[in-house]
Design a protein around this ligand. Sequence first.
Ligand code: CA2
Length: 146
Amino acid sequence: MKLLFLNGPNLNLLGKREPGIYGKTTLAEIETTVCQRAGELGVAVDFRQSNSEGELVTWIQQAVGEFGAVVLNAGAYTHTSIALRDAISATGIPTVEIHLSNIHAREEFRHHSMIAAVCRGQICGFGPHSYVLGLEAALSLIKPAA
Ligand code: CA2
């Protein structure tokens, strides 16, 4: 079974802009780390990024039947997107919400996640390691420990 990693708007800029907030690690480097860990755990990963809310919605819809779970850093759409929330809810695909930063320790408008209630859980604040934790959490959802 495969896992689908989805990244929302501006995450393609990681490591290239504002390193003071989001660090120096690029999204490509995070993908490499995730794929290495996924290999150790024996699971395949597809890793994507889009600045388009609609494309993210389409990928969630298409994930059904092909992926066992979604690991989603929805970026700023986390705080605004009823469309992403509806896609997760309508498909029923197990989804883990992840963030690099601790959204609860930042500006008030980042404290609320539109998608949290329809995700199986939320991981935030661990920088790039949030992605590895998200991988392990998603795997536990589709392959419960014996
Ligand atoms: O902490 C996270 O992972 C976020 O999802 C990142 C989003 C932010 O809107 C969320 O509140 C929390 C922002 C991603 C933008 O990434 C950038 C990377 C480099 C330069 C500028 C933005």
